[in-house]
Design a protein around this ligand. Structure first.
Ligand SMILES: *Cc1c(COP(=O)(O)O)cnc(C)c1O
Length: 416
């Protein structure tokens, strides 16, 4: 029963409250270089925890299976309008619970069981939902993987085109999770047209950069673009589908009732907030700083002798090849975590090691940039990473770095 003040978390469930507090403290006192994470604003958090968390609203604005949806409709319409304006899209579905479900919805509209699709292989930077065997995508559809060129470690569009003309897929999926270079959606569209395929752009990682106009948009070229709102877009955890008008009712029906029940309206409210934040003047500047910080981090690590996959970055991601250091990605992420720097182990293209071990780490700058870190902090972080990697099993070094990490974090507290 909701008894107001008496059932606040601290009083009603001290056990969980303490865990949440510890997590907030962990976030505040560590340097987060996980490329898919960010720090949502207080406004996003407020929308997400509002009383609409209680509201059921199966259906779409004006066509609900529940009554009492007058304000719910306003919220969803606002989110839809803002998403369409932000990305210049003809249609937006804001109900997809996650990026994976956005992809699932799009596939279910475009593809039949066992149809041929092309997607970037997970081992070269693609996502699970781009045809991994363990994922629904790999089980339901016949994915033909494409990867990066062994020399340049960037997409070789001629190769993609050759594969597409050979396999004649019904759909080509462009976009990735650990690819640090520009994706040429226009070229992908030419390839798709030539092969008689449709194009789906998965902009889960780069949606915020596209929204800021710092990466060319997929929307003019892809029939469908899917995104998450929690990564560079800096909103709540959730999915987004943008599509051309002729697919709009099929996409909506695929999300609900096709694969979801009621929408998470509190999250949709928070999505509306993040789309609003993305048109504020400071947002473009934020994304510029994200990109600058990534470039500086990459070049600093290079100057310390580390190899950066593809030689650098055009976005928020820096993929580091640790092969020459003799340290695995797994050992590196464990050692760095102990020193207060969170990253994720990541396969590098043509990685001889299994994904659980991996030869690389993936770094990203969205979260640290939100905290206010700039070029000086990037240089310090590169130094600290090198310190930890050059003494990966030395507890003293880790403790020393941990202290310095705390000092840096104290200068840039996470608001709230
Ligand atoms: C993160 C990501 C997704 C899925 O997002 P979830 O919200 O975790 O389901 C899909 N595609 C790509 C390329 C991603 O990076």
């Amino acid at each position: 029963m909701n008894t107001g003040k008496a059932d606040s978390l601290a009083q009603g469930d001290g056990q969980l409250a303490r865990i949440l507090e510890a997590e907030a403290e962990r976030q505040d006192s560590t340097i987060n270089l996980i490329a898919s994470e960010n720090i949502a604003s207080q406004a996003v958090l407020e929308a997400q925890r509002s009383p609409i968390i209680d509201k059921y609203a199966e259906g779409y604005p004006g066509r609900r299976y529940y009554s009492g949806c007058v304000h719910i409709d306003e919220i969803e319409n606002l989110a839809i309008t803002r998403a369409r304006e932000l990305f210049g899209a003809e249609h937006a579905n804001v109900q997809a619970h996650s990026g994976s479900q956005a992809n699932m919805a799009a596939y279910s509209v475009i593809l039949n069981y066992r149809d041929t699709v092309m997607g970037m292989t997970l081992s070269h930077g693609g996502h699970l939902t781009h045809g991994a065997e363990v994922n629904f995508s790999g089980k339901l559809y016949r994915f033909i993987p494409y990867g990066v060129d062994p020399k340049t470690e960037t997409l070789n569009y001629d190769e993609v085109e050759k594969l597409a003309l050979e396999h004649r897929p019904r759909l080509i999926v462009a976009g990735a999770s650990s690819y640090s270079r520009i994706v040429d959606f226009e070229r992908f569209r030419h390839i798709a047209d030539k092969a008689g395929a449709m194009l789906l752009a998965d902009i889960a990682h780069i949606a915020g950069i596209i929204a800021a106009g710092l990466h060319s948009s997929s929307v003019p070229y892809a029939q469908v673009s899917t995104a998450t709102t929690q990564k560079t877009l800096r909103g709540p955890r959730g999915g987004l589908v943008l599509c051309q008008k002729q697919l709009s009712s099929a996409i909506d029906a695929a999300v609900f009732p096709g694969m979801q029940g009621g929408p998470a309206m509190h999250t949709i409210a928070a999505k509306a907030v993040c789309f609003h934040e993305a048109v504020q003047p400071g947002f473009v500047d934020y994304q510029k700083r994200v990109l600058d910080n990534a470039k500086i981090l990459a070049s600093e690590l290079q100057s310390h002798g580390l190899r950066i996959v593809s030689g650098g970055t055009d976005n928020h991601i820096v993929l580091v090849d640790l092969s020459s250091t003799g340290i695995t990605g797994k050992d590196a992420d464990t050692a760095l975590e102990a020193a207060g720097i969170t990253v994720n182990r990541n396969a590098i293209p043509f990685d001889p090691k299994p994904p659980w071990i991996a030869s690389g780490i993936r770094l990203g700058t969205p979260a640290v940039t939100t905290r206010g870190f700039g070029p000086d902090e990037m240089k310090r972080i590169a130094n600290l990473i090198m310190k930890v990697l050059s003494a990966a099993s030395d507890a003293g070094t880790r403790e020393q770095v941990r202290q310095e990490v705390r000092d840096i974090c104290r200068q840039f507290p996470i608001a709230g």
